[in-house]
Structure formats: structure tokens, C-alpha cells
Design a protein around this ligand. Structure first.
Ligand code: NA7
Length: 492
């Protein structure tokens, strides 16, 4: 973005962020326990100028360390001088006469740009259910992505967390250790996997740095963008003994191995999926002492497709329910009726709280896109890590690299050909939508309610919001389009 002379526009970059520093999702998510659940160095940029000089403290870094990393990236890449913080974009209009975006912020700043790049992710819009009485609550009501700057003192307090997605699980692990009374409100069990956290010592990163280039290149051959893939056998190809051995092996690895390195049919046939669930249940149920809570958190009967909702990585999550200060409310059997001055009223009773943390997620918008990066009717506009991209599989830095290379390819192509307007074709969009549906509906994913299907938001159309074709297919689609001079886009 910049002045309207063409060379200036093509050469100038302005980054705009409503935050006051770098970090993106980690700038906002500062709640206790906030942590990435992709391993490093997979969750990292592949530029050697960065990784040669950066060492993580943990295999799954917490949000403070992640903010430090992105600040380090910004300094290495000298981005601060090009960044306008504290700037919330409120309007963007594409002018067909000059093929430029005219962009304004709510504080009155104006920018003119040839390309308008939205890096706002898929979960910027917070979801708080429309419960009656929230405004009457006399305690403190918090959405975790707006964690108060002044750390609340929860010691000895009555604290609730609503929601058991990745955020709710992380919060519950932490807050149950400090609160006087802690209550988790669960609607659907999170079939969480043991994280396998490691504290790195003396610069050791678990993987020698000389192997990093191979590791980074290998991400595009892995369904989830890691250094592992589904086991190339089906569940019942193996004897029960061999299957147990395989599951044990996956379990021992920690991170997402039990999900994304499991048998290749796990996400496609109910029998295979149930087999994985049964193993999961056999590991988790013994950790919960109270039989009633055991049946709510890890039911005998499989509650939904294993891996069809976002699996969380846990560190002692199930053990918190053995603590005397911790309770669990199953809101499926005793739904929340309203929020009162004192707390939360379910069909069973009124619970009193000093703090309620509403970890009820985000509204990941549905839309029509081409490649999960462009929309017809919005020329010269591209977005990263948004709907219809492999966001549920591929972590942020990895996806951003592939999509970033694509956007740079677009700009280079436009500069080379002297064109000034590029817009996703409606036909290409239609075909991409077909791909999104084809991949989702060939799996078990659509049978489960989740944000992947938009069904976490009441009244929303049930449609797959994520590209489930895996990173290799996605990378191939970007590369084919790039090498084909973006023929699927209208250009002038
Ligand atoms: P999620 O994964 O959307 O989780 C939201 C949680 O809130 C989930 O357990 C929901 O239950 C629960 N929820 C939502 N509405 C209600 C109501 N009305 N009553 C009770 N419980 C409710 O959001 P997160 O913030 O945890 O994670 C978002 C993404 O961030 C995650 O996927 C990662 O990519 C990182 P449900 O399961 O819908 O029954």
C-alpha cells in the first residue's frame, strides 16, 4: 500500500494490525495455558536466517514464547518500519477506474493499494452464545481471546469455564490449579490426546538443525503438514495384537500421531474409527476416578467420530476431575438456561461464580472461494489461513508460506505481463467448492457437529469450511495454478 504511482504501489508494503504488536492469534490469546499444539520446528518459518538464530524452550511453546518468536521474525525481516499498529480497517472499496483498493481505518487513516491482502485468519469473530442475562452477571465475564491485561487473581475464587474445545481444555488445566472452586461446563467431550510436552535444554530442539531443510520440505508431502503421514494400512489389515501395538506406538509419540499418523481408513469407515475410539477410551477412562464423570468425559458409547472435531492436546486434563475443587457439568443433560447476577443457571441448579470464562469458540465464516484465497467480485484481494484452505490440518506458518509464495507469484506475474486487475473466476470457484465437498463427504467428518462444518453456530448453513484434501493436494493445486500463469483468474 502507499501512494498511487504504480511503481511505488508495487514496491511498497504496509502491514496494518489492530493489535499493538506482532503475534497475530498469539497477540490476542493470552489466557492461562494458551499454547500451540503443533510441534516446533513445524510451527516455524523455514527461512534459515530465522531458524539458525532461534531456539525454543519447549516442544509446544506457550503464547508468551510465541509472541517473542513473531517479534523476533519481525525484527529479522525488518517489518516494524512498515507496520501500522493500533489500526482497525473499517472500509475497503475497489475502484474499477484505477484498479486500486481505497482503504480506510476507523481512526481515519487512508491507504491506497494495488493488492489488498487479508491475513485475518479463520477465527477472528468471537462466538458468545445468546444466553439471557449475561449483562446482569455481577462477576467478571471473559472471552479467552480478550484475556484481561491485568491478570485476574483467581486464587481461591469460584471460576467457571464453558466449552471444551482446545481453548477450554487448556484453560481448565490451568485454572483448576488456582481456583478455590472450578467448574467446567461440557457440551461435547473433547477426545483429547496426550501432548507429550518436552522442555528443551541447552539449545537442543529435539531435531538437529542440519535436518531442518529436509523437515521443512517434507511438510508438503504430509497430509497435516508435519513430518509424518497416515499409516499406509487399513485398521483391519492388522491382527488385533499388531493393531494394539500400532496404537501404542502412535500414542507414545504424543502430539497428533494418534490422529494424523493412524490407519489410513480411520477417518473414512465407522468400524475403523470406532476401533481408534475404543483404544482411546481404554487409555483415558482409568484416569478418571468418579464413574459418573468418566461416563461424561470418555463415554462407553462413542459420542462422535474420532478426529471429526478438532482434537485437543492435553497435559493432565483428565486428572483435574479427581481434584476435590473441580466439578463437571454436562450441559447436554442439564442445559444452561440463563446467566444470573450470581452465576449460571442450568435446568438442575444455579451455580455461583466470581469469574466465567466463555471458551465457546469462534464463527469461522463460510464463503465461496478459489483455493481458499480469493473470491470472485473482489479483484486484487487475497486472504491467507481463511475458509476453504487446509487450516484445520496445516499450521499457520506452514500454510502462510505456501499461500504467501502464491501471492508473490501473482504479483510477479502481473508485473511481468503489465496487468493490473486479477479476479478469481466464478467457474474456478465452483470447481474448488466441489473439491471441498468431495474431500469432506468422502470422510466421516460431515456426520459430526463441529466448526469444520459451521455447525458450532446456531442457525448456520451446514457446509464444510475447511479443505480436507491434505497439504500435498493443496500445495499441488497452488503450484499448478501458479505454473499455469493463473489461467483460472480473469486478468486485465
Ligand atoms: P471450539 O473448538 O469451537 O470450541 C468451543 C467449545 O464451546 C466447544 O466445546 C463447544 O461445544 C462449546 N460451546 C459452544 N457453544 C456452546 C453452548 N451454547 N453451550 C455450551 N457449550 C458451547 O473453540 P476453541 O476456542 O476451543 O478452539 C478454536 C480453534 O482454535 C481450534 O479448533 C484450534 O484450531 C485453535 P460443542 O463441541 O460445539 O458441543
Amino acid at each position: 500500500m502507499g501512494s498511487t504511482s504504480d511503481d511505488d504501489i508495487l514496491d511498497a508494503l504496509i502491514l496494518v494490525d489492530s493489535a499493538t504488536n506482532f503475534g497475530g492469534v498469539w497477540y490476542w490469546n493470552r489466557y492461562p495455558g494458551a499454547r500451540v499444539d503443533s510441534t516446533v520446528p513445524h510451527y516455524e518459518f523455514s527461512d534459515p536466517a530465522l531458524w539458525k538464530d532461534w531456539s525454543w524452550k519447549q516442544r509446544f511453546p506457550g503464547s508468551q514464547e510465541l509472541r517473542e518468536y513473531f517479534a523476533f521474525v519481525a525484527d529479522k525481516w525488518d517489518l516494524r518500519k512498515d507496520t501500522e499498529f493500533n489500526t482497525f480497517i473499517s472500509q475497503a472499496i475497489f475502484d474499477e477506474r484505477d484498479n486500486l483498493w481505497h482503504i480506510s481505518s476507523s481512526c481515519g487513516k487512508k491507504f491506497v493499494a494495488r493488492y489488498f491482502l487479508l491475513n485475518t485468519g479463520f477465527s477472528a469473530k468471537r462466538h458468545i452464545p445468546n444466553w439471557k442475562g449475561i449483562d446482569k452477571f455481577r462477576g467478571t465475564w471473559i472471552h479467552p481471546s480478550y484475556w484481561p491485561k491485568e491478570e485476574p487473581d483467581l486464587k481461591g475464587k469460584k471460576v467457571a469455564v464453558i466449552g471444551t474445545g482446545s481453548t477450554g481444555v487448556q484453560l481448565a488445566q490451568e485454572l483448576s490449579q488456582v481456583a478455590g472452586e472450578f467448574v467446567l461446563f461440557q457440551r461435547t467431550p473433547n477426545l483429547a490426546l496426550p501432548m507429550g510436552q518436552i522442555n528443551f535444554k541447552d539449545g537442543d530442539q529435539g531435531i538437529p538443525r542440519k535436518d531442518y531443510p529436509d523437515l521443512f520440505n517434507g511438510r508438503r508431502d504430509s497430509y497435516g503438514g508435519f513430518n509424518f503421514n497416515f499409516t499406509p494400512r487399513s485398521t483391519f489389515d492388522d491382527s488385533p495384537e499388531k493393531r494394539k501395538e500400532t496404537y501404542e506406538e502412535l500414542w507414545k509419540h504424543g502430539d497428533f500421531h494418534f490422529w494424523l499418523a493412524s490407519y489410513q481408513d480411520m477417518m473414512f469407515t465407522k468400524e475403523a474409527n470406532k476401533e481408534a475410539y475404543d483404544f482411546w477410551k481404554s487409555k483415558v477412562r482409568p484416569r478418571i476416578h468418579d464413574p459418573r464423570l468418566r461416563d461424561i468425559l470418555a463415554p462407553e458409547i462413542q459420542p462422535h467420530g474420532f478426529g471429526c472435531k478438532r482434537i485437543s492436546l492435553e497435559n493432565g486434563f483428565y486428572e483435574i476431575f479427581n481434584q476435590p475443587n473441580t466439578s463437571l457439568v454436562d450441559v447436554k443433560s442439564t442445559p444452561i438456561v440463563e446467566v444470573t447476577e450470581r452465576g449460571i443457571k442450568t435446568t438442575e441448579k444455579e451455580w455461583e461464580f466470581d469469574y466465567v470464562v466463555c471458551a465457546t469458540g469462534f464463527d469461522a465464516d463460510g464463503t465461496k472461494t478459489y483455493l481458499g484465497m480469493a473470491v470472485s467480485g473482489f479483484p486484487n484481494m487475497f486472504f491467507t489461513y481463511g475458509p476453504q484452505a487446509p487450516t484445520a490440518l496445516c499450521n499457520g506458518p506452514t500454510c502462510a508460506e505456501y499461500q504467501g509464495d502464491f501471492v508473490i507469484g501473482v504479483m510477479e506475474h502481473m508485473r511481468k505481463t503489465g496487468k493490473r486487475r486479477i479476479e478469481a473466476g466464478a467457474d474456478a470457484e465452483q470447481l474448488w467448492g466441489n473439491d471441498i465437498r468431495k474431500f469432506a463427504y468422502s470422510s466421516l467428518l460431515p456426520e459430526t457437529d463441529s466448526w469444520y462444518m459451521g455447525t458450532n453456530i446456531p442457525g448456520k448453513v451446514r457446509e464444510p469450511l475447511v479443505y480436507f484434501g491434505g497439504v500435498p493436494n493443496y500445495y499441488k493445486s497452488l503450484d499448478t495454478c501458479l505454473k499455469g500463469d493463473f489461467a483460472e483468474f480473469q486478468q486485465s
